[in-house]
Design a protein. Sequence first.
Length: 435
Amino acid sequence: MTPAVPKPQRCAIYTRKSTEHNLDLEFNSLDAQREACEAYIKSQAHEGWRLIPDRYDDGGLSGASLDRPALQDLLADVRAGKATVVVVYKVDRLTRSLADFAKLVELFDQYWVSFVSITQSFNTTSSMGRLTLNVLLSFAQFEREVISERVRDKIAASKRKGLWVGGPVPLGYRCLDKKLEIVPEEAETVRTIFSLYLELGSMGALIAELDRRCIRTKVNGRRDGRQSGGIRFGVGPLAHLLKNRFYTGEVTYRGEVHRGEHEPILSRDLFEAVQEKLAANAIARQVRLRGSAALLTGRLFDDRGNRMSPTHANKKGARYRYYVSQALRQNRKAEAGSIARVPAPETEKLVCDGVRRHLTAMGKEPSTILTDRELIERHVARVVVKPQTLDIGLIPTSKTSAQAENPSLTDSAPGDQEGLSLDGAKLRGHEGHHS
């Protein structure tokens, strides 16, 4: 009787290492994993197992996410039918997340692909094999969470002692042997920025002066040899710099301020004077916003995240109001959204009418008793201008009372907002409206 010939199995090896430590060695952890998997595949040659030549190696990437280049290449080949068996050294090399593992097993089952861990015997086609895998993944996820907690506790303890724990090095310092020391030229730049803000009194004037003096952000090198930074200051990075207590020799962590081990660049008097000026300007800005005819100021954004600010033009005695992307106003046209300018009156009317209809349909408070400004301040957190729609983030009803009392609460987290989408295509055809 002729023995049955086993069906050929195309085997793909996946390897992963969480850190980049020792990856530059001639024989590293990825090589060791692959060598062990190759030996196992050879031992199963009588079952028709054959190794495919493609390599799927992820070095320096965590197992907490599936967003890994080699893993995505492997999954693409699974869908294309290039592999029928996925071989790993240990199951946590594939993933440490139970939810992600369930997705992978579902994908493997869909394409009739087996999953093998050479140090832990499984068969994912059986219920007992799935149970065993889920138990092991539970421990892998537990281990990952414990490691994360230990790292967070270590960072917290280090910051309470005022130690530098890594991350982007602030302008004015450089890192040597895990210690920060002052760079004299950059330190003088920091002092200049703080002094200029007190002298000029506004972010806009400060940015213009920094541009005139060709003062740029700090240049930081990356592990891959590339560099970041060295660009003009924007409002966000500049505001962060002006509020950074690190320059007074302090370290902040979760609202607590601790004495740092690094040398200060600024005197406390200069830093506090800038904080008072920032606070005064913030209050003045709120007062201006409440008195402005532009209802959506601070709440309107283009679809690339740039704030859209109110502006106007006068033509033949008529005043036309618009909202224009900050990227366009700052001569960064390439960074502006797909719709960089919209007519103000039509946009405001569309938003107010849409919100009122939504509140009425939901059986909430009678919005007709509110003025347009009160309606926006109480219910609208964010409006995003897209090519055909206006996406509105609404403040949940439970927060509207607090919002009415404190307008600074408009910056709600996206996850805390209700959604509303309106047809905004007609806004593209308007040239503006006089007021």
